[in-house]
Write a protein that binds this ligand. Structure first.
Ligand SMILES: *Cc1c(COP(=O)(O)O)cnc(C)c1O
Length: 380
Protein backbone atom coordinates (compact mmCIF):
# COMPACT_ATOMS: atom_id res chain seq x y z
CA UNK A 1 0.00 0.00 0.00
CA UNK A 2 1.17 3.48 -0.83
CA UNK A 3 0.95 6.08 1.92
CA UNK A 4 -1.03 9.22 1.16
CA UNK A 5 1.25 11.78 2.75
CA UNK A 6 4.84 12.46 1.78
CA UNK A 7 7.48 11.23 4.23
CA UNK A 8 10.22 13.85 4.05
CA UNK A 9 13.93 13.16 4.36
CA UNK A 10 14.15 15.36 7.45
CA UNK A 11 11.89 17.51 9.59
CA UNK A 12 12.56 19.67 12.65
CA UNK A 13 11.09 18.48 15.94
CA UNK A 14 8.66 21.04 17.29
CA UNK A 15 6.50 21.00 20.40
CA UNK A 16 4.58 23.49 22.53
CA UNK A 17 7.87 24.18 24.37
CA UNK A 18 9.55 25.71 21.32
CA UNK A 19 6.38 27.62 20.39
CA UNK A 20 5.98 29.04 23.91
CA UNK A 21 9.67 29.97 24.18
CA UNK A 22 9.66 31.82 20.85
CA UNK A 23 6.39 33.49 21.77
CA UNK A 24 7.77 34.70 25.09
CA UNK A 25 10.71 36.36 23.37
CA UNK A 26 8.47 37.94 20.75
CA UNK A 27 6.24 39.38 23.48
CA UNK A 28 9.23 40.57 25.53
CA UNK A 29 10.28 43.01 22.83
CA UNK A 30 13.96 41.97 23.11
CA UNK A 31 14.37 40.19 19.81
CA UNK A 32 18.04 40.44 18.94
CA UNK A 33 21.15 39.34 20.85
CA UNK A 34 20.57 39.59 24.59
CA UNK A 35 20.09 37.58 27.78
CA UNK A 36 18.43 34.63 25.95
CA UNK A 37 21.53 34.22 23.81
CA UNK A 38 23.74 34.30 26.90
CA UNK A 39 21.45 31.69 28.46
CA UNK A 40 21.73 29.47 25.38
CA UNK A 41 25.52 29.80 25.34
CA UNK A 42 25.72 28.84 29.02
CA UNK A 43 23.41 25.85 28.48
CA UNK A 44 25.48 24.70 25.49
CA UNK A 45 28.72 25.05 27.49
CA UNK A 46 27.18 23.02 30.30
CA UNK A 47 25.92 20.35 27.93
CA UNK A 48 29.29 19.88 26.21
CA UNK A 49 31.60 20.20 29.20
CA UNK A 50 33.50 17.00 30.06
CA UNK A 51 35.79 18.45 32.72
CA UNK A 52 37.57 21.64 31.72
CA UNK A 53 35.05 24.32 30.81
CA UNK A 54 33.97 24.65 27.18
CA UNK A 55 33.25 28.24 26.12
CA UNK A 56 30.59 28.96 23.51
CA UNK A 57 29.46 31.83 21.31
CA UNK A 58 26.11 31.70 19.54
CA UNK A 59 26.18 32.79 15.89
CA UNK A 60 23.71 32.97 13.02
CA UNK A 61 25.11 29.88 11.24
CA UNK A 62 27.74 27.17 11.31
CA UNK A 63 29.17 28.70 8.15
CA UNK A 64 29.77 31.95 10.06
CA UNK A 65 31.31 29.98 12.94
CA UNK A 66 33.73 28.21 10.57
CA UNK A 67 34.64 31.46 8.81
CA UNK A 68 35.28 33.35 12.03
CA UNK A 69 37.17 30.39 13.51
CA UNK A 70 39.63 30.48 10.62
CA UNK A 71 40.11 34.24 11.06
CA UNK A 72 40.52 33.88 14.83
CA UNK A 73 43.16 31.18 14.25
CA UNK A 74 45.06 33.56 12.00
CA UNK A 75 44.50 31.61 8.78
CA UNK A 76 44.69 33.84 5.72
CA UNK A 77 46.30 34.63 2.41
CA UNK A 78 48.50 31.94 0.86
CA UNK A 79 47.81 29.44 3.65
CA UNK A 80 46.51 25.96 2.90
CA UNK A 81 43.78 24.19 4.82
CA UNK A 82 42.95 20.51 4.41
CA UNK A 83 39.24 19.88 3.92
CA UNK A 84 37.55 16.57 3.10
CA UNK A 85 35.96 16.52 -0.34
CA UNK A 86 32.94 14.81 1.24
CA UNK A 87 31.14 17.79 2.75
CA UNK A 88 28.80 20.69 2.10
CA UNK A 89 30.05 23.82 0.29
CA UNK A 90 30.41 25.73 3.58
CA UNK A 91 33.50 23.87 4.84
CA UNK A 92 35.62 24.76 1.82
CA UNK A 93 34.07 28.11 0.91
CA UNK A 94 35.08 29.67 4.24
CA UNK A 95 38.71 28.75 3.53
CA UNK A 96 38.52 30.54 0.20
CA UNK A 97 36.81 33.53 1.84
CA UNK A 98 39.83 34.17 4.08
CA UNK A 99 42.14 34.02 1.06
CA UNK A 100 43.57 30.57 1.79
CA UNK A 101 43.39 27.45 -0.37
CA UNK A 102 41.05 24.58 0.44
CA UNK A 103 43.11 21.47 -0.30
CA UNK A 104 40.60 18.68 -0.81
CA UNK A 105 41.25 15.27 0.69
CA UNK A 106 39.71 11.85 0.01
CA UNK A 107 37.67 10.00 2.63
CA UNK A 108 37.49 6.58 4.28
CA UNK A 109 34.94 4.37 2.58
CA UNK A 110 33.41 3.03 5.79
CA UNK A 111 32.89 6.22 7.81
CA UNK A 112 32.82 8.82 4.99
CA UNK A 113 35.15 10.90 7.20
CA UNK A 114 38.52 12.33 6.15
CA UNK A 115 41.25 9.77 5.38
CA UNK A 116 44.14 10.85 7.61
CA UNK A 117 46.80 8.87 5.73
CA UNK A 118 45.89 10.74 2.56
CA UNK A 119 45.62 14.01 4.50
CA UNK A 120 49.20 13.64 5.73
CA UNK A 121 50.41 13.30 2.14
CA UNK A 122 48.80 16.66 1.31
CA UNK A 123 50.63 18.60 4.01
CA UNK A 124 53.09 21.23 2.75
CA UNK A 125 54.96 24.14 4.33
CA UNK A 126 51.85 26.22 3.68
CA UNK A 127 49.40 23.93 5.50
CA UNK A 128 48.10 25.72 8.57
CA UNK A 129 44.96 23.83 9.52
CA UNK A 130 42.79 20.79 9.02
CA UNK A 131 38.98 20.83 9.12
CA UNK A 132 37.48 17.44 9.95
CA UNK A 133 33.77 16.91 9.29
CA UNK A 134 31.91 14.30 11.36
CA UNK A 135 29.73 13.01 8.56
CA UNK A 136 26.20 12.05 9.58
CA UNK A 137 27.20 12.35 13.24
CA UNK A 138 29.89 9.65 13.31
CA UNK A 139 33.08 11.06 14.86
CA UNK A 140 36.34 11.42 12.98
CA UNK A 141 39.48 9.79 14.40
CA UNK A 142 40.20 12.55 16.91
CA UNK A 143 43.36 10.94 18.29
CA UNK A 144 44.76 10.59 14.79
CA UNK A 145 43.88 14.20 14.05
CA UNK A 146 45.48 15.41 17.28
CA UNK A 147 48.74 13.62 16.55
CA UNK A 148 48.80 14.91 12.96
CA UNK A 149 48.15 18.44 14.25
CA UNK A 150 50.93 18.12 16.78
CA UNK A 151 53.43 16.67 14.30
CA UNK A 152 52.87 19.42 11.72
CA UNK A 153 51.77 22.28 14.01
CA UNK A 154 48.29 22.54 12.51
CA UNK A 155 45.17 24.19 13.89
CA UNK A 156 42.13 21.93 14.05
CA UNK A 157 38.76 23.48 13.28
CA UNK A 158 35.96 20.93 13.37
CA UNK A 159 32.88 21.17 11.20
CA UNK A 160 30.52 19.53 13.67
CA UNK A 161 27.37 20.58 11.80
CA UNK A 162 26.14 16.96 12.04
CA UNK A 163 27.59 16.15 15.42
CA UNK A 164 25.90 17.89 18.35
CA UNK A 165 25.79 15.21 21.05
CA UNK A 166 28.18 12.89 19.21
CA UNK A 167 30.76 11.25 21.46
CA UNK A 168 34.25 10.11 20.60
CA UNK A 169 35.33 7.42 23.10
CA UNK A 170 32.85 8.70 25.67
CA UNK A 171 33.64 12.40 25.30
CA UNK A 172 31.42 14.85 23.47
CA UNK A 173 32.59 16.49 20.27
CA UNK A 174 33.47 20.05 21.29
CA UNK A 175 36.22 19.00 23.72
CA UNK A 176 38.96 18.10 21.27
CA UNK A 177 40.27 20.88 19.07
CA UNK A 178 41.04 24.58 18.69
CA UNK A 179 37.48 25.44 17.63
CA UNK A 180 34.41 23.26 17.04
CA UNK A 181 31.52 24.64 14.99
CA UNK A 182 27.90 23.47 15.25
CA UNK A 183 24.92 24.13 12.99
CA UNK A 184 21.37 24.69 14.21
CA UNK A 185 19.91 24.87 10.70
CA UNK A 186 16.31 23.62 10.40
CA UNK A 187 17.21 20.01 9.56
CA UNK A 188 20.09 19.55 12.00
CA UNK A 189 19.84 17.47 15.21
CA UNK A 190 19.38 20.65 17.26
CA UNK A 191 17.25 22.95 15.11
CA UNK A 192 16.55 26.67 15.40
CA UNK A 193 15.77 27.47 11.77
CA UNK A 194 19.04 29.25 11.17
CA UNK A 195 21.77 29.35 13.80
CA UNK A 196 25.15 28.06 14.84
CA UNK A 197 27.84 28.20 17.50
CA UNK A 198 31.60 28.07 17.91
CA UNK A 199 33.00 26.39 21.03
CA UNK A 200 36.46 25.97 22.49
CA UNK A 201 38.27 25.35 25.76
CA UNK A 202 40.23 28.50 24.97
CA UNK A 203 38.15 31.40 26.25
CA UNK A 204 40.21 33.98 24.38
CA UNK A 205 39.55 32.45 21.01
CA UNK A 206 35.81 32.43 21.70
CA UNK A 207 35.86 36.10 22.74
CA UNK A 208 37.82 36.87 19.57
CA UNK A 209 35.17 35.07 17.48
CA UNK A 210 32.45 36.98 19.32
CA UNK A 211 34.12 40.26 18.43
CA UNK A 212 34.72 39.27 14.78
CA UNK A 213 31.06 38.26 14.61
CA UNK A 214 29.95 41.74 15.58
CA UNK A 215 31.83 44.27 13.43
CA UNK A 216 35.10 43.89 15.35
CA UNK A 217 33.52 45.82 18.18
CA UNK A 218 34.86 45.02 21.62
CA UNK A 219 31.93 45.09 24.01
CA UNK A 220 34.23 44.71 26.99
CA UNK A 221 35.91 47.93 25.92
CA UNK A 222 32.67 49.87 26.00
CA UNK A 223 31.58 48.32 29.29
CA UNK A 224 34.10 50.72 30.82
CA UNK A 225 31.70 53.48 29.90
CA UNK A 226 28.64 51.70 31.24
CA UNK A 227 27.99 54.19 34.03
CA UNK A 228 28.12 56.95 31.48
CA UNK A 229 25.23 55.31 29.63
CA UNK A 230 27.21 52.81 27.54
CA UNK A 231 26.65 54.53 24.21
CA UNK A 232 30.38 54.34 23.43
CA UNK A 233 32.00 51.48 21.64
CA UNK A 234 35.29 50.83 19.94
CA UNK A 235 35.82 49.15 16.57
CA UNK A 236 39.12 47.43 17.22
CA UNK A 237 39.46 45.55 13.94
CA UNK A 238 37.55 44.48 10.83
CA UNK A 239 34.62 42.23 11.68
CA UNK A 240 31.35 40.84 10.33
CA UNK A 241 27.69 40.61 11.36
CA UNK A 242 26.95 37.05 12.50
CA UNK A 243 25.32 37.39 15.92
CA UNK A 244 22.61 34.99 17.08
CA UNK A 245 19.24 36.53 18.00
CA UNK A 246 17.00 35.83 20.99
CA UNK A 247 14.10 34.20 19.12
CA UNK A 248 16.37 31.50 17.72
CA UNK A 249 18.28 31.17 20.99
CA UNK A 250 15.02 30.58 22.90
CA UNK A 251 14.08 27.77 20.50
CA UNK A 252 17.61 26.39 20.92
CA UNK A 253 17.32 26.35 24.72
CA UNK A 254 14.22 24.13 24.45
CA UNK A 255 15.80 21.90 21.81
CA UNK A 256 18.94 21.43 23.89
CA UNK A 257 16.86 20.17 26.86
CA UNK A 258 15.56 17.31 24.71
CA UNK A 259 18.58 16.78 22.46
CA UNK A 260 19.69 13.53 24.11
CA UNK A 261 16.18 12.11 23.78
CA UNK A 262 15.97 13.18 20.14
CA UNK A 263 19.39 11.70 19.35
CA UNK A 264 18.44 8.45 21.11
CA UNK A 265 15.34 8.25 18.92
CA UNK A 266 17.51 8.66 15.80
CA UNK A 267 19.62 5.74 17.01
CA UNK A 268 16.50 3.60 17.49
CA UNK A 269 15.41 4.33 13.94
CA UNK A 270 18.91 3.53 12.64
CA UNK A 271 18.80 0.20 14.48
CA UNK A 272 15.43 -0.59 12.88
CA UNK A 273 16.78 0.21 9.43
CA UNK A 274 19.89 -1.90 9.94
CA UNK A 275 17.93 -4.84 11.27
CA UNK A 276 15.33 -4.97 8.53
CA UNK A 277 16.77 -3.46 5.35
CA UNK A 278 17.95 -5.88 2.67
CA UNK A 279 21.34 -7.51 3.18
CA UNK A 280 22.28 -6.20 -0.26
CA UNK A 281 22.46 -2.67 1.16
CA UNK A 282 25.65 -1.26 2.58
CA UNK A 283 25.72 0.88 5.73
CA UNK A 284 28.27 3.37 6.98
CA UNK A 285 30.35 2.67 10.06
CA UNK A 286 29.05 2.65 13.61
CA UNK A 287 31.02 1.56 16.67
CA UNK A 288 30.18 0.81 20.29
CA UNK A 289 33.27 2.85 21.16
CA UNK A 290 31.56 6.06 20.04
CA UNK A 291 28.11 7.66 20.15
CA UNK A 292 26.82 8.11 16.61
CA UNK A 293 23.98 10.64 16.43
CA UNK A 294 22.66 9.74 12.97
CA UNK A 295 22.00 13.20 11.59
CA UNK A 296 21.61 11.37 8.28
CA UNK A 297 21.04 7.77 7.29
CA UNK A 298 22.97 7.17 4.07
CA UNK A 299 22.74 3.76 2.42
CA UNK A 300 24.93 2.26 -0.29
CA UNK A 301 22.88 0.75 -3.08
CA UNK A 302 24.01 -2.59 -4.49
CA UNK A 303 26.18 -2.49 -7.63
CA UNK A 304 24.09 -2.26 -10.76
CA UNK A 305 21.19 -0.34 -9.20
CA UNK A 306 20.54 2.97 -10.98
CA UNK A 307 20.41 5.56 -8.22
CA UNK A 308 18.15 7.94 -10.14
CA UNK A 309 15.71 5.12 -10.82
CA UNK A 310 15.73 4.26 -7.11
CA UNK A 311 15.16 7.90 -6.12
CA UNK A 312 12.28 8.22 -8.58
CA UNK A 313 10.72 4.96 -7.34
CA UNK A 314 10.90 6.19 -3.74
CA UNK A 315 9.37 9.51 -4.74
CA UNK A 316 6.46 7.63 -6.33
CA UNK A 317 5.98 5.81 -3.02
CA UNK A 318 5.93 9.20 -1.23
CA UNK A 319 9.38 8.78 0.33
CA UNK A 320 11.87 11.66 0.34
CA UNK A 321 15.53 10.93 -0.37
CA UNK A 322 18.64 12.95 -1.15
CA UNK A 323 22.36 12.55 -1.74
CA UNK A 324 24.83 13.72 0.93
CA UNK A 325 27.03 14.89 -0.58
CA UNK A 326 28.08 15.59 -4.13
CA UNK A 327 31.83 15.63 -3.33
CA UNK A 328 33.34 19.08 -3.68
CA UNK A 329 35.87 17.95 -6.31
CA UNK A 330 32.97 17.18 -8.67
CA UNK A 331 31.72 20.78 -8.58
CA UNK A 332 33.09 23.01 -11.34
CA UNK A 333 34.66 25.59 -9.03
CA UNK A 334 36.64 23.08 -6.94
CA UNK A 335 37.38 20.79 -9.90
CA UNK A 336 39.19 23.70 -11.54
CA UNK A 337 41.14 24.38 -8.34
CA UNK A 338 42.20 20.74 -7.80
CA UNK A 339 42.77 19.55 -11.39
CA UNK A 340 45.28 16.79 -10.67
CA UNK A 341 43.93 15.41 -7.43
CA UNK A 342 42.28 11.98 -7.31
CA UNK A 343 39.53 10.87 -4.98
CA UNK A 344 39.11 7.14 -5.58
CA UNK A 345 37.11 6.34 -2.48
CA UNK A 346 34.82 9.37 -2.68
CA UNK A 347 34.16 8.64 -6.37
CA UNK A 348 33.32 4.99 -5.67
CA UNK A 349 31.00 5.86 -2.77
CA UNK A 350 29.36 8.72 -4.63
CA UNK A 351 28.20 6.37 -7.38
CA UNK A 352 26.09 4.34 -4.93
CA UNK A 353 25.04 6.54 -2.01
CA UNK A 354 21.61 7.87 -1.12
CA UNK A 355 20.12 9.18 2.15
CA UNK A 356 16.76 7.88 3.36
CA UNK A 357 14.39 9.57 5.87
CA UNK A 358 15.79 10.13 9.36
CA UNK A 359 14.25 12.50 11.90
CA UNK A 360 13.20 12.02 15.52
CA UNK A 361 9.45 12.41 15.06
CA UNK A 362 9.42 9.54 12.54
CA UNK A 363 7.39 6.62 13.84
CA UNK A 364 8.41 2.95 13.74
CA UNK A 365 5.64 2.54 11.17
CA UNK A 366 7.25 5.22 8.99
CA UNK A 367 10.58 3.36 9.19
CA UNK A 368 8.91 0.04 8.36
CA UNK A 369 7.19 1.66 5.38
CA UNK A 370 10.59 2.82 4.06
CA UNK A 371 12.10 -0.61 4.72
CA UNK A 372 9.26 -2.37 2.87
CA UNK A 373 9.51 -0.10 -0.17
CA UNK A 374 13.31 -0.20 -0.38
CA UNK A 375 13.39 -3.98 -0.03
CA UNK A 376 10.60 -4.41 -2.59
CA UNK A 377 12.56 -2.24 -5.03
CA UNK A 378 15.53 -4.58 -4.59
CA UNK A 379 13.29 -7.59 -5.31
CA UNK A 380 12.81 -8.80 -1.74
C1 LIG B 1 24.62 22.25 7.33
C2 LIG B 1 26.08 22.16 7.16
C3 LIG B 1 26.92 23.28 7.27
C4 LIG B 1 26.39 24.68 7.33
O1 LIG B 1 25.60 24.97 8.41
P1 LIG B 1 24.80 26.34 8.42
O2 LIG B 1 24.38 26.47 9.85
O3 LIG B 1 23.64 26.18 7.50
O4 LIG B 1 25.72 27.42 8.01
C5 LIG B 1 28.27 23.11 7.24
N1 LIG B 1 28.82 21.89 7.07
C6 LIG B 1 28.05 20.79 6.93
C7 LIG B 1 28.72 19.47 6.77
C8 LIG B 1 26.66 20.89 6.94
O5 LIG B 1 25.91 19.80 6.75
Amino acid sequence: MKRNDFLPLAKPYISEDELAAANEVLRSGWWTTGPKVTEFEAALSDYLCEGDPVYAVGLNSCTAALHLALLACGIGKDDEVIVPTWTFAATAHVVEWVGAKAVLCDIEGNSLNIDLKKAEQLITDKTKAIMPVHIAGFPCDMEGIASLAKKYDLKVIEDAAHAIGTEYKGEKIGNFSDVTCFSFYATKNLAMGEGGAAVSKDKEIIEKIRKLGYFGINKEAFKRYEKAGNWRYDIEEMGYKCNLDSVHAAIGIEQLKKLDTLNARRRELAALYKKHLSQKIGFTLDSSEHYHTYHLFPILLPEGVERDVFIQAMKEENIGTSVHFIPLHLHSYYAAKNPHATFETADAIFARIVSIPMFPSMSDEDAHYVIAKVNAFLGE
